[in-house]
Ligand binder design. Structure first.
Ligand SMILES: *Cc1c(COP(=O)(O)O)cnc(C)c1O
Length: 377
């Protein structure tokens, strides 16, 4: 029997994403204990698929699953991969890399927070200067698409420099994995991470790190800074038993398996192109209504657009949000300390037509609340 269609909401927030009904219904399965072999097989297969999505050689790369939201990966990578007595360098141009800095601080791991302007990509030369100046740095960390602004960082170049100085390179790819093509080895990355509710378009609760097996095995020697969130311990348990150390998010695993099938059915190029088409539709509507974004177009990841609040006494983000929300469109505040912005993201099972519909509703919201169109700045 066919499943009832579920009310469709267009989520323009930076995850969770709009999902297909087939992914939603994939969660509805007979009750199962996740210690059964049948369930272990699903996770084993998934670990391989997650490496494949970033073109990793299975001889060199592995993936490790965790129960938690995406921030858990940041925690895991930062607390597990810095050798004793060494430092981690954060190439930091926004809120998400700053989260990595907070993790390092919380675990008392020596770190350098190399801050750079939020509205432009990280400059690889600055990373090189920092590495030259401090031979104690063993790990370099950055974020691929700074989801707070939508700036795309030049990871291939940064990774080349990190490797030149013998460092491990960790990239938070939570908002690009399965959206922007990544080739983990060619892009000079050792560890990427993501969460099922983002580019894969499944649900919250399952997060994963994909990285170099040899480096994970080496990290066994480092001081254990967390029990539940240690990369080696979780990896080792998977290798020995095929299972997660503690209870996995069972229903999310089923949904993610379905989402991965749908990812391959579209393919990497088609997925990327659809996100770019949505991004173009966001810009078209934005320009039609006279709104301005804050990041130069050539710096944008095409996965997020950060729009500046207009200079209009009647502008009230909450009112606009609520009007759109009631009509099935969710928009989200920005993450830039110095400028008031809201964000429109391209992730999820959404199409340019959804964006055209959104801008119509958004325009209505402006007119109803007395905001001038075209927007005033
Ligand atoms: C969404 C996101 C995360 C994870 O956030 P959670 O709320 O913990 O799921 C981490 N990094 C980036 C770049 C993200 O976009």
């Amino acid at each position: 029997m066919a499943n009832e269609p579920v009310k469709r909401n267009v989520l323009l927030n930076p995850g969770p994403a709009t999902t297909t009904d087939t992914v939603k219904y994939a969660q509805v399965v007979p009750d199962i204990c996740p210690r059964e072999k049948e369930f272990g097989d699903i996770m084993r297969n998934m670990r391989g698929e997650l490496v494949k999505i970033v073109h990793g050689d299975p001889e060199k790369f592995t993936s490790v699953l965790f129960t938690g939201s995406g921030t858990m990966n940041i925690d895991v990578c930062v607390n597990s991969l810095v050798p004793d007595g060494k430092k981690i360098l954060f190439a930091d141009n926004g809120a998400y890399t700053s989260r990595g800095v907070e993790v390092a601080a919380a675990y008392h791991i020596p770190y350098i927070d190399l801050k750079s302007p939020f509205d432009e990509p990280v400059d690889p030369e600055k990373v090189e200067e920092a590495l030259k100046a401090d031979p104690d740095i063993a790990v370099v960390y950055t974020t691929h698409n700074e989801t707070g602004t939508g700036v795309l960082n030049p990871i291939r170049k940064i990774g080349e420099i990190a490797h030149k100085y013998g460092c491990t390179f960790i990239v938070d790819t939570t908002s690009t994995y399965a959206m922007i093509p990544i080739d983990i080895e060619k892009d000079n990355v050792d560890f990427v991470m993501a969460s099922a509710q983002k580019g894969l378009m499944a649900f919250t609760g399952l997060s994963f790190v994909v990285g170099r097996t040899a480096l994970i095995e080496k990290s066994k020697e480092y001081t254990t800074r967390s029990y539940y969130c240690n990369l080696y311990l979780q990896y080792d348990f998977f290798e020995k038993t095929g299972e997660m150390h503690f209870t996995p998010p069972v229903q999310t695993v089923y949904a993610t398996a379905q989402a991965i099938k749908e990812y391959w059915a579209d393919g990497e190029e088609k997925r990327y192109q659809r996100h770019v088409d949505v991004w173009n539709a966001i810009h078209e509507g934005k320009e039609r209504l006279g709104f301005k974004d804050i990041i130069k177009k050539e710096y944008q990841s095409k996965m997020v657009v950060s729009i500046k609040y207009p200079n209009d006494p009647n502008w009230d983000f909450t009112k606009i949000h609520d009007y759109c929300y009631e009509r099935g469109f969710t928009i989200y505040p920005g993450k830039v300390a110095s400028t008031d912005t809201f964000r429109l993201c391209t992730l999820g099972q959404i199409y340019p037509k959804d964006i055209e519909d959104f801008w119509k509703v958004f325009e209505e919201a402006c007119v109803k609340t007395g905001v001038s169109i075209p927007a005033k700045y």
